[in-house]
Design a protein around this ligand. Structure first.
Ligand code: UDX
Length: 436
């Protein structure tokens, strides 16, 4: 019974969301195309008529991106709030009735204040209530996370108007979420909780990745260590999978933002503490590419190295901050020839990821990276395989057939620890996992 209109200035994006074949919508996410198919045209609409949608809405979610700043003060660390501000100004210009404005984008603490100031000072005298409602869903499991969230967090003012706005949003979620899972807080607690949750999750990965390097030196096995510590109910088993490094649009950006905020308050120890999570993650990616070079007799020049996966995790076509990009960049510096198979990522996306780094001219990137539509072609004639994404299908291949088509010795660098090491070794592969 709630009408949802998604608006975007980008016309092509909206055309894609309105594609009659919902398998072609711009984001691949299990279960999403089915939901769009069911609801689109009934109570879900995609449109470029931004002003009309603002005018008609009672609640407006600002869900634009807040990338790390690439210029000026806070370059490389602070969140770029350009798009948030443009949204706020447009809402202020158009709104003729009171509205609830919800921050859905991840934002630095006290951003709501800035939004409120823009809305109150440039608007038409209407009342705005600003709520913070951070999104905790993870890619690849977005639909199930949304339908069964661990919690919903809503921050708002403790004035009567603020509380009324909070309750209005609680009522929306209460349609499918149990009320005891809906937390209400002040705006700043809510804003900071999102950064904190991502920092804690990323910290667990950097912690286990730090141990993975120590395991490799000492003969311990990081998977066994993770299992042993994860059974301590105080630690818990999730987010302890050692990997080639975390990627995605959130962890690095949010931690850099947290570090920037801490520094701006003069909290240098706090800033340094969290920055170490990023330093460890960068080290882990570089360590993986170094290991490939060292193992292949200190040279990969003109050797074919096959990447299984380019996405930052399985079940998504998102590649933002994917470890694959940085590992490929390092290996191309060493003049390797990279061939990639990813079930969902297009060649164009891979090329634009590499070109974005500006390490070398685009033509050189194009010559150094070849893509394949299936794993067997991608591996034929290669010296080594590197697993960069944990796609389930990688565990189901005919590895004997792959082995026979490769240069010998044939190496596997399992950056996700998903393959069966014993089986691969018995076929003849030289297997290298993370942390064992
Ligand atoms: C994350 C948060 O989980 C989510 O709550 C928030 O809303 C957005 O950021 P997302 O980036 O989509 O979600 O994916 P996530 O599952 O958290 O994985 C992030 C990265 O960490 C991936 O590259 C993943 O492969 C890696 N990872 C995750 C590990 O290397 N080891 C693990 O044990 C878990």
């Amino acid at each position: 019974h709630i009408q949802v209109t998604v608006v975007d200035l980008n016309e092509q994006r909206i055309i894609d969301w309105n594609d009659p074949n919902t398998d072609n919508i711009p984001i691949y996410e299990p279960g999403l195309s089915e939901i769009v198919l069911e609801a689109r045209g009934r109570n879900l609409f995609f449109s470029t008529e931004v002003e009309k949608a603002i005018d008609e809405a009672q609640v407006i979610f600002i869900s634009v991106n807040t990338p790390t700043k690439t210029y000026g003060k806070g370059k490389g660390m602070a969140a770029d709030l350009k798009y948030i501000e443009l949204c706020a100004r447009q809402i202020a210009k158009v709104a003729k009735q009171n509205k609830i404005v919800v921050e859905k984008s991840t934002l630095p603490v006290r951003t709501a204040e800035a939004i409120k100031s823009i809305l109150d000072n440039t608007g038409n005298g209407v009342q705005f209530q600003i709520l913070s409602n951070p999104e905790f869903l993870a890619e690849g499991t977005a639909v199930t996370d949304l339908l069964n969230p661990d919690r919903i967090l809503i921050g708002g003012d403790s004035t009567p108007e603020g509380e009324a706005a909070i309750n209005a949003l609680v009522d929306v979620y209460a349609n499918w979420v149990n009320k005891d899972k809906i937390l209400t807080t002040n705006v700043w607690s809510s804003e900071l909780s999102k950064l904190t949750a991502n920092a804690f999750l990323a910290q667990r990965i950097s912690s286990i990745n730090a141990m993975s390097e120590l395991c490799e030196k000492t003969g311990a096995d990081v998977n066994e260590v993770a299992r042993a510590i994860g059974m301590d109910s105080r630690i818990g088993p999730k987010f302890l999978k050692a990997s080639v490094g975390f990627g995605g649009s959130c962890f690095q950006k949010d931690i850099l933002n947290l570090v920037y905020i801490a520094k701006s308050y003069g909290l240098n120890e706090v800033a340094d503490y969290w920055e170490q999570v990023i330093i460890m993650n960068d080290h882990q990616k570089r360590r993986f590419s170094n290991k490939i070079v060292q193992t292949l007799y200190n040279t990969v020049a003109d050797k074919k190295i096959t990447f299984l996966g380019w996405a930052f995790k399985k079940d998504t076509n998102d590649t933002r901050e994917s470890a694959a990009i940085y590992v490929a960049d390092d290996l191309i510096n060493e003049q390797a020839k990279i061939s990639v198979y990813d079930p969902k990522v297009s060649r164009n996306k891979m090329m634009s990821d590499l070109d974005y780094l500006e390490t070398r001219p685009a033509e050189e990137n194009a010559k150094s990276l070849t893509t394949f539509g299936n794993v067997y072609d991608a591996c034929r004639g290669s010296h080594a395989i590197a697993v960069l994404t944990e796609w389930d299908e990688f565990t189901t291949y005919d590895w004997q057939k792959i082995y026979e088509s490769m240069h010998k010795p044939a190496f596997v660098f399992d950056g996700r620890n998903i393959l069966n090491a014993k089986e691969l070794q018995s076929i003849g592969f030289v297997y290298n996992g993370i942390g064992s």
